[in-house]
Design a protein around this ligand. Structure first.
Ligand code: SAM
Length: 238
């Protein structure tokens, strides 16, 4: 079952119900680590032909925008979106291969660490959410925190396009995520992302962030996002 939020209420729905709701639309966009879900709301509003799923483990943060989305259409309601409570480490079968396109913008916590350290559980979770061929857009910035920097970010390597090319390509590929391009985004580009955190950062002259454009490819091994240790044959030789 998939846990969805509508303001203060939560509800469990089935995969079949999600498919029924999304069927009339031209593809499903997922925003993972959606935070308050404001960007997903605006995206769904400006793309009425798409179905949008905002996913975040913190249901309270999605309260306001999920309440708006659940209103009648004439009062700002959006029939083409859902707010789902889930974390990347626990992508259920019900959400498997739901996304034709996936966005992760300025993540923190275990999502950020997993993407920067190429942890199989996190990468497999991202891959599990996406259909083969799906575009995956990641914007990472390890300096989003003001002093004191939380422990979770202190030991992370400096994220640069060179680091992505040298350290992330191979492990991402093993999780069926082919990195097509990576580059730095300047402060104006970060502001233009138009998420709540991008706007917050723009007031503080954000340092450049790193964009990773990847594509979900077919994989030869079955995905196992619930497992913290990868299949032995697949990771052998690391
Ligand atoms: C800095 S906020 C960014 C929110 C939004 N993308 C934005 O740009 O405004 C980072 C988000 O990552 C989410 N996050 C952290 N760990 C996660 C995980 N393991 N799985 C999914 N989301 C996670 C947090 O709950 C938080 O909402």
């Amino acid at each position: 079952m998939i846990v969805v939020v509508h303001g203060k209420l939560t509800e469990e729905i089935t995969r079949a119900q999600v498919e029924q709701r999304s069927a009339p639309y031209a593809g499903v966009r997922v925003d993972l680590g959606a935070g308050d879900g404001a960007w997903a709301y605006r995206y769904a509003q400006s793309h009425p032909d798409r179905f949008v799923v905002a996913i975040d483990p913190v249901r309270e943060n999605m309260r306001e925008y999920s309440a708006r989305a659940a209103r009648k259409p004439e009062r700002g309601g959006l029939p083409n979106m859902l707010y789902v409570v889930a974390s990347v480490e626990h992508i259920l079968d019900d959400l498997r291969e739901i996304a034709d396109e996936l966005y992760i913008t300025l993540p923190w916590g275990s999502l950020m660490r997993g993407l920067i350290l190429a942890e199989p559980q996190v990468l497999d979770g991202v891959a599990a959410l996406t259909r083969p061929g799906a575009a995956v857009h990641l914007v990472l910035n390890t300096r989003i925190f003001e002093d004191p920097v939380p422990i979770e970010a202190r030991d992370l390597p400096e994220l640069t396009p060179a680091y992505v090319n040298e350290q992330l390509r191979e492990p991402y590929e093993r999780s069926a995520l082919h990195i097509e391009a990576t580059r730095e985004l300047n402060a104006d580009e970060v502001a233009a992302l138009n998420t709540t955190w991008a706007k917050r950062l723009s007031h503080r002259h954000p340092p450049p962030s790193v964009l990773i454009e990847a594509r979900r490819v077919q994989r030869t091994m079955p995905l196992d996002p619930g497992s913290s240790s990868p299949p032995v044959e697949e990771r052998a030789g690391e």
